[in-house]
Design a binder for this molecule. Structure first.
Ligand SMILES: [Cu+2]
Length: 151
């Protein structure tokens, strides 16, 4: 074939129910269109789409607890699975701390929490490299940051 020919075969369905009921004994000619054109019976090309249903999206891919103090985080995994992660934040220090993800537009995952306090939050991560840090004062520069790889 040298030409790209798109042949649309429209199988016009025979509306056999169109017989009016007002006439009596009108033997409806069962006009069954046995359209046997194109002798080739469609046999090949039975593609079986693989079962690509990957179930439901993971709700809570992971969860971890991070402990903040002066001036460090503890408990932030170096790697996380992609998805939504639930984070429990314990501020074991005296100064207020928070938890922010730089690559998400400095999204605040845990708001500023006073010393001795705790909070929870969630963050949804796609595969990539992220920097978790504390945005209070100069805490980040003082060590409150960690790189997390999401796979
Ligand atoms: Cu801090």
């Amino acid at each position: 074939m040298s030409r790209l020919a798109l042949i649309a075969l429209v199988a016009a369905g025979a509306f056999g129910l169109a017989a009016c009921s007002s006439e009596d004994q009108a033997a409806a000619p069962a006009a069954e269109e046995s359209a046997a054109e194109g002798g080739e019976t469609a046999e090949g090309g039975a593609e079986e789409p693989g079962d690509s249903a990957e179930g439901e999206a993971a709700e809570a891919a992971d969860a971890f607890t991070v402990t903040a103090s002066e001036m460090a985080f503890e408990g932030i995994p170096e790697t996380l699975p992609a998805g939504t992660v639930e984070i429990t934040f314990d501020n074991a220090g005296e100064a207020p701390h928070d938890l922010v993800v730089e690559e998400l537009g400095d999204e605040t995952v845990i708001p500023v929490t006073d010393g001795g306090g705790s909070a929870t939050g969630t963050v949804t991560l796609e595969p990539g490299t992220y920097t978790f840090y504390c945005s209070v004062g100069t805490h980040r520069e003082m060590g409150m940051e960690q790189t997390v790889t999401v796979e």
